[in-house]
Unconditional design. Sequence first.
Length: 232
Amino acid sequence: MQAPTGLLKPSSKVAVLTGAGVSAESGIPTFRSNGGYWNQHRFEDLATPEGFFSDPKFVWIWYEERRRAIAAARPNAGHEALAEMEKRVAAFTLITQNVDGLHDLAGSKNVIKLHGDIWTLRCLKCGRERVDRSELNDLPPFCACGGMLRPGVVWFGEMLPEGAMERATAAVRAADVLIVAGTSAQVYPAAGLITMARTVIEINPEATAFSDDATYSLRGTSAEILPQLLLD
């Protein structure tokens, strides 16, 4: 199916849901793919509060390796197309399941990060957060108050950031179009957003569980298809 024309107008209200497939095109492996992050480690050891408190140094070494790999990555054409789309339409909300910050680097402004941000450090003692892209040499890192810092990502079994899902739900319900790019939509509650949309444009190299229900299901990568939506 060809990319639809005429759907994105200056007056359009657009919501976008992105997943790991968008970042994969920048060289960041998805968790479930061959070569993905969970191939060598159990998620229980690395992405749960219990795993962190059991061995915070081990978890932080793994996260710092991820941070350095992500630091070398750059936004791709899909990220850039979404940043440009935000400038062209009346209302735009980007809802991402990714924690790598590449949407920010591409220039997207109105971003809801459902699963947090790997560049954010949160103190377990005072609760303060800071964005820090520097290389962390002493692990685990500590806050000025003396408390241990943890990655500002959402681990399995944790709640989403306060208000994030409410904002995402409101944006999708108000949108004329929901673009779903680079995600198989298997993780809830994010996957539930798709059922709230009026018009859904799916962009994915392979069919997903919701492909048959999408208004338009486009086969290809987000770096290939998203720029085409700007040609209306």
